[in-house]
Write a protein that binds this ligand. Sequence first.
Ligand SMILES: Cc1cc2nc3c(=O)[nH]c(=O)nc-3n(C[C@H](O)[C@H](O)[C@H](O)COP(=O)(O)OP(=O)(O)OC[C@H]3O[C@@H](n4cnc5c(N)ncnc54)[C@H](O)[C@@H]3O)c2cc1C
Length: 413
Amino acid sequence: MTRCDVLIVGAGAAGLFCAGVAAQRGLHVVLLDHFPKVAEKIRISGGGRSNFTNKDIDPRSPHTHFLGENPAFARSALSRYTAQDFMALVKKHSIGFHEKHKGQLFCDRSAQDLIDMLLRECDAGAMGGSVTRWQPCELKQLQFSDSTHGGYEAQTSQGAVSAQAVVVATGGLSIPKIGATDLGYRLAKQFGIRVVDTRPALVPLTFSADEWQPFVPMAGLSLPVSISTGHAKKATRFDEDLLFTHRGLSGPAVLQISSYWQAKSEIRLNLLPDLDVAQTLVSAKQSSKKNLANTLSAWLPARMADFWTARQPQWQRSLPDTPDKALSQLADSLQNWSLTPSGTEGYAKAEVTAGGVDTRDLSQQTMESKQPGLYFIGEVVDITGWLGGYNFQWAWASAHACAQALAARLKPL
Ligand SMILES: Cc1cc2nc3c(=O)[nH]c(=O)nc-3n(C[C@H](O)[C@H](O)[C@H](O)COP(=O)(O)OP(=O)(O)OC[C@H]3O[C@@H](n4cnc5c(N)ncnc54)[C@H](O)[C@@H]3O)c2cc1C
């Protein structure tokens, strides 16, 4: 039987970071993961450059950028380990990074630099602390055990291990082909901890084949839009890029709104958010003889302008020959486009999983669950960030809060 202070299940963003911080505070950690490669999600994140945090996070108002039954739960951890703290760590390891868009920070070179950094942090154990990584290794069984004086015994494919505390960092359900499983939720349920229903989030939206057929020629087109969902006063809105796909809509605008979209409800799109289209077309009528497609191509991709005006015979005329009413109908079709997705691309394409371990059964200071010595960190918890580095910052912050609490409990100074 291997003995350790802490068994961490899941060597992704949160598990690796928690292991390193705990080892540097003198704890002996066993970190296991069933997938052969370490931190695959970090490697593929941000198009291979990992959008590892967002410098605009306001830890005092987590509900601005995070979803869940109770986003305020994240306040404590996010305030105690901030985006600036993680940036300082990245700088300490001489990893170049840059801001791309709306506070989003990416590695200059490769997400692999971040994985190497986390592994180096795991190797930097101090005061007798260390990280032993078992990978690939299956967790077969986990039990609370009186024989370990209030600790846990686990059976794994690399043998038995006993630990004073167990941290579940198994992430969400998205992208099963790189290792995602429901183990974290099953462990929660095994110990009587509640789990909020999960659903794919930050995910492309799809439409029935019949409904989408006319829009297939637009696949590959991208443009800045305003997108919203929900009832007027409580509507959620994003100004981001939209991407047409063969099955529906994607791009940052749609990924963001997907986290708020309720099944069977509609989304609303303004394809020209910075223009009063009706007014502009009526005025242009005085001076331009262009056809409508050409006129629109000043503001929209030409392929889109051609496609859109071809939808109605009355939009295929020259500007002076088009009645004002038809112009305002065209404007309305572009600026108030309502459509009802039939579903999403699911966990195979989702960046994250919304829902998860119910924060009512966790401590916001330590991430310990109501089952003593059992902790949950990262995406497995019912805290879901916006696109843009928020999910990683939650992984780092919750991992840090947990590691600090473990050290205070198991190795008090
Ligand atoms: C394509 C893509 C791009 C993304 N880009 C970004 C981005 O740029 N910025 C951002 O903030 N977020 C991004 N995310 C989200 C981000 O990757 C996750 O929110 C983050 O990795 C969560 O960290 P975690 O440690 O909780 O889970 P993960 O990093 O997913 O780690 C969980 C670990 O648990 C292991 N595990 C699962 N089941 C078991 C089991 N049964 N036994 C043992 N081990 C198990 C997995 O193998 C994995 O290593 C992206 C996600 C995807 C899918």
